[in-house]
Design a protein around this ligand. Sequence first.
Ligand code: SAM
Length: 293
Amino acid sequence: MEQTSQSRLGTPQKTIEIIQKHNFTFQKKFGQNFLIDPHVLDKIVRAAGVAGDDCVLEIGPGIGTMTQYLAERARHVVAVEIDRNLIPILAETLEGYDNITILNDDILKVDINELARVYNQSRPLKVVANLPYYITTPIIMGLFESQVPVDNITVMVQKEVADRMQAGPGSKDYGALSLAVGYYAKPYIAANVPPNCFMPRPNVGSAVIRLTRHQKPPVEVKDPGLMFRLIRASFNQRRKTLQNGLNNSPEVPFSKEMIGAAIESLGLPPSVRGETLTLEQFAGLSDYFAEHG
Ligand code: SAM
């Protein structure tokens, strides 16, 4: 559905107008930084590849700026907003659209499988969001771990977090988040976005990252939960060797000897550090414990 440029949000003037009209005050605790740059909005929607029959889940629509862009391309948009002060504003800014459902809820408490069932016959959703940065990781990991049917997740996150998601072994940004993202999806940074594209301006740089869900994880591992415990233990103590990191972790119940034997079974030296291991090597380590532990 086309809107006139007059009712289009996504500019500083229009955003200020809406905020003043409704006496809205930004809530820091909800990570409210609204997008005010049409080029960035276009880039996000294009990176997500929203089109045709898609059903999109938008997390945190704010005053509805990106929601308009999404609704003009998708079959349906479900937008979940925690701040009840934004609900009457959304009712007004999205008034001309008949393919948007607004839910006033906390995304971390919503049953997204149920949303997919109701609005998309349990087919995969596209998730698009300018995320509240204080809960980026729980939202993304929640989507992956709960086995929600998702095609891709295209989100604005802190630049530093996007770099960590895309990092490979040996780089300073490589860590548990890089491995978790790599297990579930293929990451691609679609744009870097400076603070002046938001109102109010955040203190950090941002980036749009697209995470395309793997049909099947790139490694087969007997017990993924165990593998992720080992990964967390290895990166909790970055300066230690892998052997000491695992040995000191309360999450890893194996003896020092067995940890040594597992590392040796991968053909790695006892002095190896966790941050140099690939996802395949963590899977190998985990399978060794699953077989011998
Ligand atoms: N999409 C809008 C935009 O781009 O201008 C707003 C983005 S702003 C960074 C994040 C939005 O997420 C805010 O509207 C905030 O109220 C909402 N939000 C914060 N925590 C949330 C949660 N737990 N569940 C749902 N929405 C949340």
